[in-house]
Design a protein around this ligand. Structure first.
Ligand code: FAD
Length: 386
C-alpha cells in the first residue's frame, strides 16, 4: 500500500489538499479515523457552514508570524471557493459582514468535496487510526488497517476543539515527534467565564449589541449573557485576543456618549433603570442597573455619579477567569509554529515531505468563515506542491 501522498485527517483542509494532489496525478490517500469525513463541516455554522468570507485579509488571522498566511491566502481566494460552490450548484447567501453560508445544508459542502475527491481519484479510508509514523526514505504509517507507505505525508488532523466529533491532539504529537516547535495552544472562538462569580445570572439568555475591546482589537456585534459569563459573536471574536490578566472593555452604548445623554437628561425624574430601558432591552436594563448602578432618579445624580455611570455604560471593564474549554470552542489557538513551515508549501523546513495544514498550524481566523478559508487555502498550497 504505497502512495505518493497520504493525508491524515479527512476534514476541510485534508479533503481539499487531497483534491489538488489527486488532480495533479498523485496517487493520494486520505486516512480518517471517524466513520465519515467532514464531521466538523457538517455541524459548522449551525448546520449551514459559513464556508468563507468575501473579505478575507491577513489581519483576520492570529499567528506567531502574521505574514505567514499571506502567500496561501493570495493563491486560493474566497472567490475561487465560491466558484467551486457555484459549479456544484450549491445555493448560498451572505448573512452579515461578508459571511457566506449554505442556504440548505452544510452536508452539501461535504458532498461537494467527496465528489471532487472521486473525480480526482483520491482514495479515502474510514475508521482507520494511525498508531505510529516513521520516516526512512519513505514515511511508514502503522495503522489499524495495516501498513501504508508514502513519499509525502500531510498532517491535517485539526486542533483539540470538539473532541466529541473526533478532534485529537495527534497532529501536535507528530510535530513533537519530528522535533518541530509548537506555540502554546488554548481554546478559542469560545464563551468566557466571569472572574469572581457571576452577578448577572438573571440576565442569562439576553443578547445586547455592544463594542467589545481588548488592546488594539475591537468587535462590534452582539454579546450574550450565559449562566457562567458571556458569549455571543463579539465575545467569541475577542476570545482570540483575550489575556487573563487584562480586563475586556465593553461599550454597551457604542453609538452614544452616555455622559452627554445623562447630562442632557439631568432634570428628569426617571430612575436610572427606566432610563436605561429606553436605550437597551428592558430586562437587561433592569438586571444591569440593579447589579451595577445607584438606585436613583436622573435628577439626583451628582456629576461624579454621572461620570461613574457613564463609565459603566461606555467602558464596562469585565474580568474573565477562563474559557468554556475545548468542548465548546470552535477552534484551537496556537499550534505548529509557522517558523517550522514553508509558507509556500506548508512543508516542514527540516523534514522533507512532511506537511501541516489547516487548524493544526499556528494560524487562527476570526469568526465568520475565515477558518474554513484558511483550511482551503493551506490545503491548496500543500496539494499543489507534493
Ligand atoms: C461547532 C463549530 C462550528 C464551526 N463553524 C465554522 C464556520 O461556520 N466557519 C468557519 O470558517 N469555521 C468554523 N469552525 C471552525 C472550522 O470547523 C475548523 O477551523 C476547520 O474545520 C479546520 O479544518 P481542519 O481540516 O484543519 O480540521 P478538521 O475539520 O477538524 O478535520 C480534522 C480531521 O482529522 C480527523 N482526525 C483527527 N485525528 C485523527 C487521527 N489521529 N487519525 C485520523 N483522523 C484524525 C478528524 O476526525 C477530522 O475529520 C467551526 C468549528 C466548530 C467546532
Amino acid at each position: 500500500m504505497k502512495y505518493d501522498v497520504i493525508i491524515i485527517g479527512g476534514g476541510a483542509a485534508g479533503l481539499f489538499c487531497a483534491i489538488e494532489a489527486g488532480k495533479r496525478g498523485r496517487r493520494t490517500l486520505v486516512i480518517e479515523h471517524n466513520a465519515q469525513v467532514g464531521r466538523k463541516i457538517i455541524i459548522s455554522g449551525g448546520g449551514r457552514c459559513n464556508f468563507t468570507n468575501i473579505d478575507v485579509r491577513p489581519e483576520n488571522f492570529i499567528s506567531g508570524n502574521p505574514h505567514f498566511c499571506k502567500s496561501a491566502l493570495a493563491r486560493y481566494t474566497p472567490q475561487d471557493f465560491v466558484g467551486l460552490v457555484k459549479k456544484h450548484k450549491i445555493d448560498f447567501y451572505e448573512k452579515t459582514q461578508g459571511q457566506l453560508f449554505c442556504r440548505e445544508s452544510s452536508r452539501l459542502i461535504v458532498d461537494m468535496l467527496i465528489d471532487e475527491c472521486r473525480k480526482a481519484k483520491v482514495e479515502i479510508v474510514l475508521d482507520c487510526s494511525v498508531k505510529a509514523v516513521r520516516k526512512d526514505d519513505l514515511f511508514e504509517l502503522e495503522t489499524t488497517r495495516g501498513k501504508y507507505l508514502c513519499t509525502s505525508l500531510i498532517i491535517a488532523t485539526g486542533g483539540f476543539s470538539f473532541p466529541k466529533i473526533g478532534a485529537t491532539g495527534f497532529g501536535y504529537k507528530i510535530a513533537k515527534q519530528f522535533g518541530l516547535k509548537l506555540t502554546e495552544t488554548r481554546p478559542s472562538l469560545v464563551a468566557l467565564v466571569l472572574a469572581n462569580g457571576n452577578s448577572y445570572t438573571k440576565l442569562a439568555g439576553i443578547s445586547v449589541a455592544a463594542a467589545v475591546t481588548t488592546g488594539r482589537h475591537s468587535f462590534r456585534e452582539n454579546i450574550l449573557f450565559t449562566h457562567r459569563g458571556l458569549s455571543g459573536p463579539a465575545i467569541l471574536q475577542i476570545s482570540n485576543y483575550w489575556q487573563k490578566e487584562i480586563p475586556v472593555s465593553i461599550d454597551l452604548l457604542p453609538e452614544n456618549s452616555a455622559e452627554a445623554i445623562l447630562k442632557d437628561k439631568r432634570n428628569s425624574k426617571q430612575t436610572l433603570a427606566n432610563f436605561l430601558g429606553t436605550l437597551l432591552p428592558d430586562r437587561f436594563a433592569e438586571g444591569f442597573a440593579s447589579a451595577n448602578l445607584p438606585d436613583k432618579q436622573l435628577d439626583q445624580l451628582s456629576n461624579r455619579e454621572i461620570g461613574r455611570v457613564a463609565e459603566m455604560l461606555n467602558n464596562w471593564e469585565v474580568r474573565f477567569a477562563l474559557t468554556e474549554g475545548y468542548d465548546r470552542a470552535e477552534v484551537t489557538l496556537g499550534g505548529v509554529s509557522t517558523n517550522e513551515l514553508s509558507s509556500q508549501t506548508m512543508e516542514a523546513k527540516r523534514i522533507a515531505g512532511l506537511h501541516f495544514i489547516g487548524e493544526v498550524v499556528d494560524v487562527t481566523g476570526w469568526l465568520g468563515g475565515y477558518n474554513f478559508q484558511w483550511a482551503w487555502a493551506s490545503g491548496f498550497a500543500a496539494g499543489n506542491s507534493v
